[in-house]
Design a protein around this ligand. Structure first.
Ligand code: PPE
Length: 309
């Protein structure tokens, strides 16, 4: 396989990539009834380590709750399976995709007798929005689609079905020549990206939408808030941000396990700051990359080491 990975873990078994199949009448395929995670294993100076793995595993189990999905493996079993996948394929730097979903039995919206299935895949994944994006930033578009409201579906659960909203917004942006979208919530306030949280810098202070703004409780969002506060910045993480405040921002950036820290240099036709990666964004981005490179003692609890040899 061109991604030089050949094994996937499914329901307790390691299967060949090409054998990792599900039945076409799988409930999750028809109704979006899956929950998933996106995490990274970083090849740190102290060895390969899963970044904030405990938080990602916890969110996976929390995401399953509203759907009464009963994941039949423990966190320890999923952790060992993930480490074994990394070892077998010698992928010290990779992206990790656990998923739990209602499988195949009878169809109909109620998953009544459908089993809960669990799988984990890992693969090499570089800069989510492109290598150039990390240094030079990206142009984004405010989507004409609104984020689903947390009153309609738990937006703090990473549910597969939610991502058709992300797909609609992101593809609309790319169709119009932008790299990614920013999605407003039904109140018209800034929510997040299709697969990222949004941060704003103004007069040296940092702002990011409150969790109540129908957004995912991002783990990278949490990491960057911690890093920013450790660097002495004032962070406002319980605010609502209007569309107009994007235009007058000094800096904007995305955070995510895949996106890491990606500067935003333009929103629709409005240049943000001087149209390049802002100084605060650069400082936070460089500190983030320094941390995932060095796995320093100060952030030791963020690293779950994978002994490869
Ligand atoms: C809607 C959304 N909001 C925020 C985030 C950032 O959350 P966190 O990774 O915990 O910092 C992500 C992660 N998006 C994942 C899926 C990307 C994909 O294309 O699939 C990811 O970054 O892995 C989202 O999907």
């Amino acid at each position: 396989d061109e991604m030089d990975v050949d094994t996937i873990w499914m329901d307790g078994e390691f299967v060949d990539w090409d054998e990792a199949q599900v039945h076409v009448l799988t409930h999750g395929l028809h109704y979006g009834s899956g929950v998933f995670e996106g995490a990274r294993c970083y090849e740190t100076e102290k060895g390969p380590a899963l970044f904030r793995w405990e938080e990602h595993l916890e969110r996976l189990f929390q995401s399953a709750k509203p759907y009464e999905m009963d994941i039949e493996f423990t966190k320890e079993e999923l952790t060992e399976a993930t480490k074994e996948l990394i070892r077998r394929q010698e992928l010290p730097s990779c992206y990790v995709r656990p998923i739990a979903y209602y499988g195949y039995n009878s169809l109909g919206v109620s998953p009544k007798d459908c089993p809960t299935r669990t799988a984990i895949a890992v693969w090499p994944w570089g800069a989510y929005l492109g290598e150039d994006a990390l240094e030079n930033g990206i142009d984004v578009m405010i989507s004409s689609w609104r984020k689903h409201s947390s009153s309609q579906i738990p937006t703090n659960a990473k549910t597969t079905g939610l991502y058709v909203n992300s797909m609609l917004a992101g593809e609309e942006a790319r169709r119009n020549g932008y790299a990614e979208a920013i999605v407003l919530n039904k109140e018209g306030h800034v929510a997040e990206g299709p697969g990222e949280n949004v941060f704003l810098v103004r007069d040296g202070e940092i702002y990011t939408p409150a969790l109540s703004e129908s957004i995912l409780d991002g783990i990278t969002r949490d990491s960057v808030i911690t890093i920013a506060e450790d660097l002495g910045y004032t962070v406002h993480d319980n605010v609502s941000i209007s569309r107009g405040e994007l235009n007058t921002a000094d800096e904007l950036f995305f955070t995510g396990s895949a996106a890491e820290v990606t500067p935003i240099r333009k929103v629709d036709n409005v240049v943000i700051g001087d149209g390049s990666r802002g100084p605060v964004t650069e400082e936070l981005q460089q500190k983030f990359f320094e941390i995932v490179e060095e796995a320093p003692d100060e952030y030791a609890e963020w690293f779950e080491f994978v002994d490869i040899e």
